[in-house]
Design a protein. Structure first.
Lengths: 582, 573
């Protein structure tokens, strides 16, 4: 099962690489060339040594011509190596770029349900960290695996061509190195897993404690936190020691096995020289092969884990890229021009998860210019209604229409452009104030932008910012209060001013004066426009044509202020609690 | 870095023995080419089979001793580095526990977490590598050269030329690429930021139909990253071929000079082989050394950041013989508070007094100083001017632990900790009985949903309390403060996620508490504080009104404005 999944991933990876197949082929050829050259040089060196036998017994002419050969081959090998690195870089970074671009494009088309149900951090790490890991591991791993394999085969070939007995010695001892490396890798794997588990536990504890250090202090829990920390820390120390020590055994151990190979070649080789079957130069050549022959084996065993890791990362990225996208607009969907703003909700059923019913048989006719207030405690599901109106989610049954046309027969883009939305969790792009306001209409002139800002009561504070409309703002850049951010979001909508509005009144964390400005701006926008308001203020609620009272995701009451008070239900209770005394 | 060395103290033996054994191993490795030369010159030259076998036995012996030395070295290095890191981590954690609130404002939690985790891991790694390799690589390089000199000093001059050249290439390329890799990281962070921004703003992006321009923006940043990566890659791709050429040029010269020297009967054929072997040992070690230096410099940077935290002296400590005030009255006398490093005061001229058992409402916009004010009561910060008295005694004269033990704080951000509901509540008071926990939950309006949980009080709480809704978390943090049966209860905008009805029930239940604590309610909702005995109205850090609701409606402009914006005039009954 798992094997199958990784096979599928491999296939997809190959699909990305295919467009670079010429370069991949070239890279393989260059790798083969540079390995062959690297392997041929010890033979030449050996030849040279054979011509340096003793005093008066040195063939300078032969040595010189061998040196010239070595020089030429070294030059070629170096060129091949360089070209290979350049090509590999090119393939790696381009593939990464392609995958990232594709992943980001996909993000724009994913249904909201996917994005809502996955933490942003997780998706981001797929697009960034996983793609990186994949590139490093897979492509570097691939070249290492490939050059390693060629080196092994090439060495064997060269050795066989020189002397069969010594080659057999090397072949017999090599597996020992592999067995040792595999054994260590296997036993350290568990220790590393344990280490990362305990480390994770400690990180979690540190994040929680240090992240909320003020609460810890307020309740005087410092000593208990220290105790728990020490306990985890001690466990981490013990298992880190084991993990680090055992993993650091690998190198010395394989080095030891290498030295056995080296010695084996030394004995058999020297004895053959004495027996006359081998020259000293050939022995030198064998010794240097013995040195480099075992290296690829060690590398390959490391590369295999790296490749597996890279494939796992690739699988996560592809899982995202191949996620089913939002149902496309239906073929006959039309562009909604500037709507009048009549919204019909007819027998709508909706739930996020099948089986957990939320909105049931909800009907409402909103005439152009009417105001609908959504009322209820935090977390009661007011955003659900927004999700359906904007068609971030599709209804399960029933239908919603704008100007008499079912929203499923309207292109999403034109539907959404007919709504102006100001949410409480304000979102601004990293960019200048001007760019942010023009987000709704990029082609707007500066005069229009300024006018929108004035209408949103944002002009005066923007003017006071260090670079006015060209000040750079963004999510993680401070400097703006929550209320000012909301005013900018209002200016953004002011600029395009669509016929229908979705507004979210602030509950807290906005100072009074800013709030008054926001109210004024809201009032200006709502004039003559169909609006849906998540309302907290009594005046907004009372002035609404229809109030939808929500609780636990359900719409429980619906009607005008008077009607609802008369019903004496949940709304009446909410309303009265504001004025009851303690 | 120096200051961190004290945590190394218990590991002196390991720090000496580790590198020492490593050097022993390296020395044995350096002997190998000499032994091989003996095999060639004496063994083969004299056709002495016994000598060959004996020499090879020596090689195996060297291998075994080398392995033993190396394992010993690895063990000591691992022990010292892991032990050092564990101590350092404990010391740092302890220091963080001792930081005052203003120290924490300076450092910020996310920095502190990074110091505790990845920085210390980086240092551990650096120490481990240093102990294992820092001496070894230069030793092998120099050793190879020295050995070459013992064979034939004239031929060995080639080493003296090749080593600096190789070093120049290896270190040059590394020095050039290191800062550029930082730039690459910066660009990568930008790509990451754009992705995150797009995800958090997905509704806005789609509402305005800006998917395509977002994609374009992403692609241009992504392309810039790719271009820079390729540029840096092109230069670092030079390193392998260049070192390869250098080392082989060295070998070629060595063979030629060797040929001359052998012809002149200065050295033997075996010695030439040995010299070639030494040449090939150098390159590997130089590359290792360069990598090691990168790792160590990273570790040093981390170590400096860590010692920066360790160096902060806790800014506040309780008096050596703290007293205890009498009762739960609270008074502020002309209090001013200026945060460390801030340009101006965040609070000034605050005076009011609240008798024991009274309710104080604090209202004002964001940034008006509401949280700053209440943070002075449990002495989370010290007033810069004036005094805060609890039970008649200035908080600076109180025993700090006793003072904080009497105050129950419900912070603005409702945080719970991993564990169970019960464990979280016991933070308020470790000795509270089951019944007391339920009472607190009842007052906090949390009894109903806790008893509906399948495991009741033992229901697990996930990290940050994310398996509870915002309103539930808030009520649990209120209960946690109530378990303490505090003399002073501080609710810092802690009912913001509750609906009006629950908020009201909560306030009524608190009003009925048998021990009648002095209650501070911080809120932006006029309805939450209008029935308080004293209301303090803050605007921009100044108190612009102190009094009861009716008085303030008459006299205080700001209060009138706030009240008016939340209640319609016609509704005021």
């Amino acid at each position: 099962m798992k094997q199958k999944a990784s096979k599928g991933t491999l296939k997809r990876v190959l699909r990305y690489i295919r467009r670079y197949s010429f370069f991949v082929g070239l890279s393989v050829l260059l790798a083969a060339a540079s390995v062959a050259a690297t392997l041929y040089i010890p033979i030449l060196t050996g030849d040279a040594v054979d011509h340096i036998i003793g005093p008066g017994n040195v063939d300078f002419g032969a040595v010189f011509s061998i040196l010239v050969q070595i020089g030429a081959i070294v030059g070629l090998a170096a060129m091949a190596q360089w070209a290979m690195s350049l090509i590999n870089n090119r393939i790696t970074y381009r593939v990464v770029r392609d995958i990232r671009n594709e992943a980001f494009k996909k993000l724009q088309k994913l249904p909201l349900s996917y994005i809502d149900s996955h933490p942003a951090g997780e998706i981001v790490s797929r697009v960034i960290a996983d793609v990186d890991q994949f590139a490093d591991g897979l492509l570097m791993g691939f070249t290492q695996l490939f050059t390693g394999a060629i080196t092994i085969l090439g060495t064997l070939g060269f050795m066989l061509s020189v002397n069969i007995t010594i080659t057999l010695v090397v072949l017999l001892v090599t597996p020992v190195s592999l067995v040792v490396a595999a054994f260590i890798a296997k036993s350290t794997y568990n220790m590393f897993r344990l280490q990362s588990q305990v480390r994770g536990e400690q990180t979690g504890f540190v994040e929680e404690t240090v992240g909320n250090q003020k609460v810890v202090k307020a309740f005087g829990q410092e000593r208990r936190a220290m105790e728990r920390f020490s306990e985890i820390n001690e466990r981490l120390r013990a298992c880190s020691l084991r993990a680090i020590f055992f993993s650091s055994i690998t190198n010395p151990s394989t080095r030891f096995v290498n030295s056995l190979v080296y010695t084996g070649v030394g004995i058999v080789g020297a004895l053959s020289v004495v027996g006359g079957g081998l020259s000293v130069g050939q022995l030198t050549c064998f010794l240097s092969y013995a040195n480099q022959y075992t290296k690829p084996f060690n590398e390959i065993s490391g590369v295999v884990t790296e490749l597996q890791n890279a494939l796992a990362c690739a699988a996560r990225v592809f899982e995202l890229i191949e996620q089913e996208q939002e149902v496309p607009d239906n073929g006959s969907a039309r562009e909604l021009q500037r709507a009048d703003g009549a919204v019909g909700i007819d027998g709508v059923y909706f739930s996020y998860k099948p089986g957990r019913r939320l909105i049931e048989d909800f009907s409402l006719d909103v005439e152009p210019g009417q105001r609908v207030a959504l009322v209820g405690p935090t977390g009661c599901g007011k955003t659900t209604v927004i999700n359906l109106l904007m068609r971030f989610y599709d209804v399960t049954a029933g239908g919603i229409s704008v100007d008499g046309t079912d929203v499923r027969d309207i292109t999403r883009r034109s539907l959404r452009r007919n709504y102006g939305m100001v949410l409480q969790d304000t979102w601004l792009k990293n960019g200048t104030v001007r760019e942010n306001i023009a987000y709704s209409r990029p082609e707007a002139s500066f005069e229009e932008i300024e006018e929108a800002a004035r209408a949103a009561h944002a002009h005066s504070f923007i003017k006071r910012m260090p670079k006015g409309y060209d000040t750079v703002i963004g999510e993680d850049l401070g400097g703006l209060s929550q209320g000012q951010k909301q005013l900018l979001c209002i200016a953004r909508v002011m600029l395009s001013l669509p016929p229908m509005l979705i507004l979210d009144e602030a509950t807290s964390s906005i100072d009074t004066r800013t709030e008054i400005r926001i109210q004024k701006a809201f009032a200006k926008m709502m004039k003559g426009r169909t609006s849906f308001i998540v309302a907290h203020r009594l005046s907004t609620i009372r002035d609404a044509d229809v109030i939808l009272v929500m609780r636990d995701g359900h719409i429980i009451e619906q009607g005008s202020h008077r009607e609802l008070l008369r019903q004496g239900g949940f709304y009446a209770e909410l309303y009265n609690s504001q004025f009851a005394s303690t | 870095m120096k200051k961190l060395l004290i945590y190394m103290k218990g590991f002196r033996k390991e720090c000496v023995l580790g590198p020492l054994f490593k050097l022993l191993e390296a020395s044995f490795e350096l002997l190998v080419p000499l032994v091989m030369a003996a095999v060639i010159d004496t063994g083969i030259g004299n056709r002495d089979r016994d000598h060959i076998i004996r020499m090879c036995a020596v090689l195996v012996g060297l291998g075994i001793v080398g392995l033993a030395c190396s394992l010993t070295a690895q063990y000591f290095a691992a022990k010292a580095s892991v032990g050092f890191a564990a101590r350092l981590r404990a010391a740092l954690f302890e220091r963080i526990q001792g930081l005052s609130f203003s120290d924490m404002d300076v450092q910020g939690p996310s920095t502190l977490i990074t110091r505790m985790t990845s920085d210390i891991n980086q240092v551990q790694n650096g120490v481990n590598l240093t102990l294992r390799l820092l001496l070894r690589s230069p030793f092998v390089v120099l050793g190879a050269m020295v050995m070459a000199f013992t064979i034939d000093w004239k031929a060995a001059l080639i080493f003296a030329a090749v080593i600096p050249l190789l070093s120049a290439v290896v270190f040059g390329v590394m020095l050039w690429t290191m800062p550029r890799y930082k730039q690459v990281q910066g660009k990568l962070d930008k790509v990451l930021g754009t992705t995150r921004e797009n995800l958090t703003g997905v509704r806005v992006v789609r509402a305005f139909g800006r998917e395509e321009s977002e994609t374009e923006g992403f692609e241009s940043e992504n392309n810039a990253l790719t271009r820079l990566q390729m540029f840096v890659g092109r230069v670092s791709a030079l390193m392998n071929p260049m070192t390869y050429i250098l080392i082989n040029l060295g070998t070629m010269v060595l063979i030629w000079v060797g040929a001359l020297r052998v012809d002149a009967a200065v050295i033997s054929q075996g010695a030439v082989v040995a010299l070639i072997n030494y040449m090939s040992q150098i390159l590997v070690e130089l590359v290792k050394l360069a990598n090691l230096i990168i790792n160590i410099s990273k570790a040093l940077a981390c170590a400096n950041r860590i010692s920066g935290v360790l160096d902060t002296e806790p800014g506040m400590s309780g008096p050596s013989e703290g007293g205890r005030g009498d009762g739960a009255s609270v008074s502020f006398e002309n209090v001013e508070l200026t945060y460390n490093g801030a340009g101006g005061p965040s609070l000034s001229g605050i005076s009011f007094s609240a008798p024991a058992g009274s309710t104080v409402g604090i209202i004002g916009g964001t940034g008006s100083g509401k949280s700053s004010l209440i943070n002075l009561i449990p002495r989370f910060y010290d007033a810069t001017v004036g005094s805060v008295r609890v039970g008649g005694l200035d908080v600076k004269g109180w025993d700090l632990e006793a003072l904080r033990g009497r105050v129950g704080v419900v912070p603005q951000k409702a945080v719970l900790f991993t564990g169970t509901i019960r464990e979280n509540l016991l933070w308020g008071n470790e000795d509270a009985a089951e019944e007391e926990l339920w009472q607190a939950l009842e007052t906090a309006q949390a009894k109903e949903f806790v008893s509906e949980k399948p495991r009741g009080l033992d229901e697990p709480v996930e990290q940050g309390g994310r398996n509870f809704s915002g309103g539930q978390r808030q009520r649990l943090t209120i209960a946690r403060a109530l378990v303490r049966k505090p003399d002073i209860l501080i609710l810092d905008d802690s009912a913001s996620a509750l609906d009006f009805a629950t908020d009201l029930k909560l306030r009524q239940a608190i009003g009925r508490l048998p021990n009648r604590p002095t209650v501070f309610i911080v809120s932006q909702r006029a309805s939450s504080i209008r029935h308080a005995d004293v209301i303090v109205v803050l605007d921009n850090g100044q108190s612009v009104g102190v009094g009861a609701h009716d008085e303030l409606l008459e006299s205080c402009e700001v209060y009138k404005e706030i009240y008016g914006s939340q209640f319609d005039r016609g509704d005021r009954k």
